[in-house]
Design a protein around this ligand. Structure first.
Ligand code: ZN
Length: 167
């Protein structure tokens, strides 16, 4: 397994739409394992492949307290949703920023698991938010896109300054 490099906002590569996975093979399973390791190490509760420069529709999550319930969704798709809810969100690609975002309160998702088998699940609360946030990454959408222009500009400036200091 390996720790992967996480792209940071406003890197333009975060804006690419990711391609569906045609076949779930060992390469995809290795990607999932590396993404999980990277997510746990960060630490974070979710990570999408485009964040680690892989333009494929793969996301991993673990919102459990004990960090022992890894979840991988390949080609995830929201098939139903209900309600609205606002929660504070952060993102490993936008470190140190937490802002309230309104999303569906409950979602039903279909995806393939790491063996390529289709499954469906329902999620609400933190998991529901996290799934919607990660699926957004596959479309090149970031949680800062839901904020006001002024807030987004401020965050962008902060991130650019941070990058200058860390390079
Ligand atoms: Zn994110």
């Amino acid at each position: 397994m390996a720790i992967l490099h996480i792209l940071r906002y406003p890197d333009p590569r975060l804006r690419n739409k990711a391609a569906p996975v045609a076949r779930v093979d060992d390469e995809i399973r290795r990607l999932i394992d590396d993404m999980l390791e990277t997510m746990y190490q960060a630490p974070g509760i979710g990570l999408a492949a485009p964040q680690v420069e892989v333009s494929k529709r793969v996301i991993v999550l673990d919102v459990s307290e004990q960090r022992n319930q890894p979840l991988a969704l390949i080609n995830p798709e929201i098939v139903a949703q209900e309600g609205r809810e606002t929660m504070d969100e952060g993102c490993l690609s936008v470190p140190g920023i937490y802002e309230p975002v309104e999303r569906a309160q409950r979602v039903r998702v279909k995806a393939l698991d790491r063996d390529g088998r289709p499954f469906e699940m329902e999620a609400d609360g933190l998991l529901g938010v996290c799934i919607q946030h990660e699926i957004d990454h596959l479309e090149g959408r970031l949680f800062v896109d839901y904020l006001t222009e002024m807030k987004r500009r401020r965050i962008r400036k902060k991130m650019e300054k941070l990058r200058r200091h860390t390079m």
